[in-house]
Design a binder for this molecule. Structure first.
Ligand SMILES: [Zn+2]
Ligand SMILES: [Zn+2]
Length: 140
């Protein structure tokens, strides 16, 4: 378990940079297979190559996994590696994901964990609903 709060950016391999760029271009949560499709021309052929790169990018805090969508998003705060638990607000209509990190939520999770002898690992809170834009369209 690494809680490296180092401020210098990690040295990315070619595959890691390609995967990160592809995910940045998606602007939506993307599955490893969607990323692989984008990167076939770059010499990535096996899903394992994409998964390995994603694992490292998540370790560096540059990417988050969206468990409920079985996909990945670029961290909204890439210069704040190792920020606390990320909260992802996922729109069920357009698939847009907004990320924020809230110290109050982090404190609550840490307090509960300490009280219950629970060792908290990498944590992402996934909140499903309807984003402001989709909500406005429905009301119009
Ligand atoms: Zn993040
Ligand atoms: Zn939406």
């Amino acid at each position: 378990m690494s809680t490296t709060a180092s401020s210098h950016p990690p040295e990315l391999t070619r595959h890691q940079s390609l995967v990160l760029d592809a995910l940045t271009r998606e602007e939506q949560p993307a599955s490893a297979y969607a990323l692989l499709d984008q990167l076939r021309g770059e010499g990535l052929r096996a899903p394992q190559q994409v998964y390995r790169a994603l694992d490292k990018l998540m370790e560096y805090g540059l990417v988050h996994r969206v468990e409920t969508l079985n996909s990945f998003v670029v961290c909204a705060h890439p210069h704040d590696h190792g920020h606390g638990p990320a909260v992802l607000a996922i729109c069920d209509q357009c698939g847009h994901v907004d990320e924020f990190a809230d110290p109050a939520i982090e404190r609550r999770l840490k307090t509960w964990s300490r009280d219950h002898g629970f060792r908290m690992g990498a944590t992402t809170v996934e909140m499903h609903g309807v984003c402001a834009r989709c909500g406005t369209q429905a009301a119009a």
